[in-house]
Design a protein around this ligand. Structure first.
Ligand code: ITT
Length: 193
């Protein structure tokens, strides 16, 4: 079984291969000759996940899946949410995004937040959705060098370290993406795919 993972983010590909790639081949966009910037124009995670997956299915014909992820901070009314990738502006780096969040959270007592991932899977002409989330809190400064994106400033509930202080395996066991991919794996197993 070959599935294309419609992402331009190499960290996501690495995390997902660690879980899914043990039994199934997960093809990158590069492997199918796609070097496009895939549009993400919707205002929900589900909408964007579906848009990314459909872009690949429609253009290349492969069964595929896509992930859209957002960091939802309670004190910021759920921001950056679906706009997590470009929170500091178009073309800005993950570092810039973190700087903006840390600035907005200065002196804020309620630090609760969660990561949410929605995966859209397209098999033949059917579509399926899988979700995962993890609760945690925003730190006041960066901790750790592992992971990617907002990992250095997010600490999951029940842990003493940030996602960026965890190994990929440790993060995958408890993370938003890890949980959503686990549901995807169970679905594929049940279908004998
Ligand atoms: P694709 O759309 O190509 O998959 P992306 O990086 O643009 O890659 P998203 O649209 O899902 O991914 O954007 C989510 C943003 O949230 C992005 O800035 C990531 O750096 C960040 N992010 C996603 N997953 C994360 C995780 O597990 N830990 C920390 N930050 C994460």
């Amino acid at each position: 079984m070959k599935l294309v993972f419609a992402t331009n983010n190499p960290h996501k590909l690495e995390e997902i291969r660690e879980i899914l790639g043990k039994e199934r081949q997960v093809l990158s966009l590069k492997a199918i000759g796609c070097h496009d910037e895939i549009p993400e124009e919707q205002d929900t995670l589900e909408g964007n996940a579906l848009q990314k997956a459909h872009y690949i299915k429609d253009k290349y014909g492969f069964d595929c899946f896509a992930d859209d992820t957002g960091l939802e901070i309670a004190a910021l009314n759920g921001r950056p949410g679906v706009y997590s990738a470009r929170y500091a502006g178009e073309g800005k780096s993950p570092e810039d995004n973190m700087v903006k969040v840390l600035k907005e959270m200065q002196g804020v007592a309620d630090r609760s937040a969660r990561f949410r991932t929605v995966i859209a899977l397209l098999l033949g002409d059917e579509e399926f959705i899988f979700e995962g989330e993890v609760e945690g809190e925003m730190l006041t400064e960066k901790h750790g060098d592992e992971g990617f994106g907002y990992d250095p400033i997010f600490r999951p509930v029940g842990y003493e370290k940030s996602f960026a202080e965890m190994s990929m395996d440790e993060k995958n066991h408890i993370s938003h993406r890890g949980k959503a991919v686990q549901k995807l794996v169970e679905f594929l197993n049940n279908k004998n795919i």
